[in-house]
Design a protein around this ligand. Structure first.
Ligand code: GLV
Length: 333
C-alpha cells in the first residue's frame, strides 16, 4: 500500500530505449520509468498507449512525436529528446498543449565535429577504398598513381551553417591549414575574427569550395537545400560531407551528381530515410562513404546526452524550465 501511495506521487516517464551510462538510475531515483526494451523504436501504438499515462517522455531522434500523439497525452509535461536536432517533434503542437520540448545541444558539438572531420579526411584520402583493397588481397605493390586522393591542407572548406558544430569544424579546419568559407543566416564577426573564416553566399561557397560540409538543422527552409542545382554549382573535384540531417539533401540529386561524377565524392552520416535500405542505389557507388548516423557516438558524449535528457525531463516535471528548452514560451505564463 505504502509503495502504491509513494509510487503514485512519483512522476511517470516513458523512455523509448534503454540508455547508456547512469541516466536510467538517475531517473529511477526520482520517477517511475517505463523503458522500451526493443532495439528498434517502439511501434506507434505502443508509444500512443504509453503517452496516455506518462508525465514525461524521454525519446530519441528516431521517434516521430507528432500532433496526433501529443493531443492524446493528457498528463504529458515534457518531451525530452536525446539529440540536438528536434525535427522529429512537432514543437508547435507541443507548445499549444503546454508541453515543454528539451534537447541536448553543446555536449555533442566537439564529438560531432571530430566525426565530420573524420568523414572529410577519409573521403579525401580514400580510406575505405584503401582498406577494402588490402582486405580483398589486391595490394600487390606500391604504385605511383594508386588510390590518389585530394589534399586537405591548402584546400578550401565551405561550411554551410555556422552554429556551434559548424564553428567547431572551422576550428579543426584551421589546424589543418585549410581556407574556410561559411554560409549562415547572418554574419558572425566573432567567428570570422577567431577562426579566420570568410562569409560567402551559398552559390559562391559551392563554386569555390573543395569540400562542402553541412551543419544545418532540418527545417522547411533547409529541406532539399542540396539539390541538382546546388551540386551543379560545385567543383567536379569537390567532396560533399553531411553530418546534419539527411533530408537537407535531395538524395536523388546526390545520386545523379555522384553517378555522373558531377562531384568527386560524398561522405554522409545521415540519409533521407533512415535506416538506408541495403539495396539503395547510392550504396553501389564507390565514391560514396556512408556511416549509420553515429557522429555523436562516443562513449562519453552519448552518456552525457542521456543524462541531460533525463535531467531535462525531471526538471520539467518538477515545474522548472529545463536547462535546454526549445519552446520556453511554455514557461512564460
Ligand atoms: C544527432 O543527430 C542529434 O541531433 O543529436
Amino acid at each position: 500500500m505504502l509503495a502504491r501511495i509513494m509510487g503514485k506521487s512519483r512522476p511517470r516517464v516513458y523512455v523509448t530505449r534503454t540508455l547508456p551510462g547512469a541516466a536510467l538510475e538517475t531517473l529511477r531515483a526520482r520517477a517511475d520509468a517505463d523503458v522500451w526494451q526493443g532495439e528498434e523504436p517502439p511501434p506507434r501504438a505502443e508509444l500512443a498507449s504509453a503517452l496516455q499515462t506518462a508525465d514525461g517522455l524521454v525519446c530519441l531522434l528516431t521517434d516521430v512525436i507528432d500532433a496526433e500523439l501529443l493531443a492524446d497525452a493528457p498528463r504529458l509535461r515534457v518531451v525530452s529528446t536525446m539529440a540536438v536536432g528536434y525535427d522529429n517533434i512537432d514543437v508547435d503542437a507541443a507548445t499549444r498543449l503546454g508541453v515543454a520540448v528539451a534537447n541536448t545541444p553543446g555536449v555533442l558539438t566537439e564529438t560531432t565535429a571530430d566525426f565530420a572531420f573524420a568523414l572529410l579526411l577519409s573521403a579525401a584520402r580514400r580510406l575505405p577504398e584503401g582498406e577494402r583493397t588490402v582486405r580483398e588481397g589486391l595490394w600487390t605493390t606500391w604504385s605511383p598513381a594508386f588510390l590518389l586522393g585530394r589534399d586537405i591542407h591548402g584546400a578550401t572548406l565551405g561550411i554551410v551553417g555556422l552554429g556551434a558544430i559548424g564553428r567547431a569544424v572551422a576550428r579543426r579546419a584551421r589546424g589543418f591549414g585549410m581556407d574556410v568559407l561559411y554560409h549562415s543566416r547572418g554574419r558572425n564577426a566573432e567567428a570570422e575574427e577567431e577562426l579566420g573564416c570568410r562569409p560567402a553566399d551559398f552559390d559562391a561557397l559551392l563554386s569555390s569550395s573543395d569540400f562542402v560540409s553541412v551543419h544545418l538543422p532540418l527545417t522547411p527552409e533547409t529541406r532539399h537545400m542540396f539539390d541538382d542545382d546546388a551540386f551543379a554549382r560545385m567543383k567536379p573535384t569537390a567532396i560533399f560531407v553531411n553530418t546534419a540531417r539527411g533530408p537537407v539533401v535531395d538524395e536523388a540529386a546526390l545520386l545523379r551528381a555522384l553517378a555522373t561524377k558531377r562531384i568527386a565524392g560524398a561522405a554522409i552520416d545521415v540519409a533521407e530515410v533512415e535506416p538506408m535500405a541495403k539495396f539503395d542505389p547510392l550504396l553501389r557507388l564507390p565514391n560514396l562513404l556512408v556511416t549509420p548516423h553515429i557522429a555523436s557516438a562516443s562513449v562519453a558524449t552519448r552518456s552525457r546526452m542521456a543524462e541531460m535528457a533525463v535531467e531535462h525531463a525531471l526538471q520539467a516535471m518538477a515545474g522548472e524550465r529545463p536547462s535546454h528548452c526549445v519552446n520556453t514560451q511554455v514557461f512564460d505564463a
